[in-house]
Ligand binder design. Structure first.
Ligand code: NDP
Length: 334
């Protein structure tokens, strides 16, 4: 598969170029940036044969099969719609768009065009999250009563740009990290949160956008979810806990881009260390996307998954701003 990168981004350079090149027969054929100099420098640094600033020129190239969009969040909508209209398959970064209706429009456009459209929610590609999901599905914790997600990290200095100071580009910890946590919970429990209450604040990094958020979600099954995201916590560590009537799962250090961490299941019998596969999350995500394009299964996280994670995040922000419980609006997505 021949890919065009839309966005000369950090995530592409740190993970996605490698993940695409790890697929047999796949290549990164082009990069499109807002700046010609940057496009050229990025292409040279990463050995990408073609570069430019004109998205339409890239999309007119019949040799391009798929587009990976990793620009700042406000650009995703227009770029994805253009790629879909050109008949390209699209893997788009989270959050899919700035609003739920915009994200839903992307999904509908892809459906109508008959192209594969997916969201790059990497966490559901990890061996650790898949192992936790399997434990829940096998009934090892009984009925799930509650989930706790702790995802308060320290945003690396090289990423302390638009994420902490630009609402217009989709900054803030809620669109950045809460979307991931929403996807994780939906993936683990196979149900969509119904409503949320939340608080958000700026605790030293955010300038005009929140850098920390805590929220509580109600699930249709009656389970409750507690979620914490931040850019300002150097030593908190990440993880998730799933507590059920027959057992509890403690997954530590697993809210990350790397295949690391540890999982323990505690029940009346014992404390069980749970092994999991340590494959690369991004390579797995691209492999499943490419398989979906070939008609083999669906992407790890579909476009609908991206709409729904954004819907939860949007409700968290709205609830924090309004100080009230907010019912989540999934934009008509089933
Ligand atoms: P970056 O800030 O690195 O890149 C975003 C845009 O900023 C790029 O498209 C580029 O514009 C511009 N840019 C990047 N570096 C520079 C620079 N040194 N000088 C000038 N401009 C620069 O963002 P991220 O890679 O962190 O995030 C991009 C997207 O990916 C976001 O939507 C984010 O939410 C998502 N993301 C997803 C992750 C995941 O694991 N799924 C992890 C990290 C991010 P241009 O293209 O015009 O050159």
């Amino acid at each position: 598969m021949r890919w065009a990168l839309v966005g000369a981004s950090t995530i592409a350079s740190q993970h996605m170029i490698r993940a695409i090149r790890a697929q047999a027969g796949s290549e990164v054929a082009r990069v499109v940036s807002g700046s010609r100099d940057r496009a050229e420098a990025y292409a040279r640094e990463h050995g990408i044969p073609a570069f430019g600033t004109d998205l339409n020129e890239a999309l007119a190239d019949p040799a391009i099969d798929a587009v990976y969009i990793s620009t700042t969040n406000e650009k995703h909508l227009k770029q994805a719609l253009a790629a879909i209209a050109a008949g390209k398959h699209v893997l788009c970064e989270k959050p899919l768009a700035m609003t739920v209706p915009d994200a839903a429009a992307m999904v509908r456009a892809a459906d109508e065009a008959g192209v594969t459209f997916a969201t790059n929610h990497h966490l559901r590609c990890s061996g650790s999250h898949r192992a936790v999901r399997a434990l829940i599905r096998e009934g090892r914790v009984g009925k799930v009563l509650s989930v706790r997600v702790f995802h308060a990290v320290h945003l690396p200095e090289n990423l302390q740009g638009w994420r902490i100071n630009s609402a217009a580009e989709g900054g803030g910890v809620i669109p950045d990290i809460t979307v991931h946590d929403a996807d994780v919970v939906r993936f683990l429990l196979d149900e969509d949160p119904v409503s949320v209450v939340a608080q958000a604040t700026s605790s030293g990094m955010g300038q005009g956008v929140e850098d920390s958020a805590m929220s509580v979600w109600a699930m249709p099954s009656g389970a409750m979810v507690m979620s914490h995201e931040s850019f300002t916590h150097p030593f908190a560590g990440s993880g998730l806990e799933v507590h059920g009537t027959q057992g509890s799962i403690f997954a530590r250090g697993v809210m990350t881009q790397k295949p690391v961490g540890e999982i323990e299941l505690v029940d009346t019998a014992d404390r069980h260390a749970i092994p999991f596969d340590a494959h690369d999350l991004y390579i797995t995500g691209v492999a499943e996307f490419e398989a979906a394009v070939r008609g083999e299964g669906s992407p790890a996280a579909t476009g609908i998954d991206g709409v729904k994670s954004l819907a939860v995040a949007a409700a968290v922000r709205e609830a924090a701003e309004a100080g009230t419980r907010v019912t989540i609006n999934y934009g008509g997505m089933k």
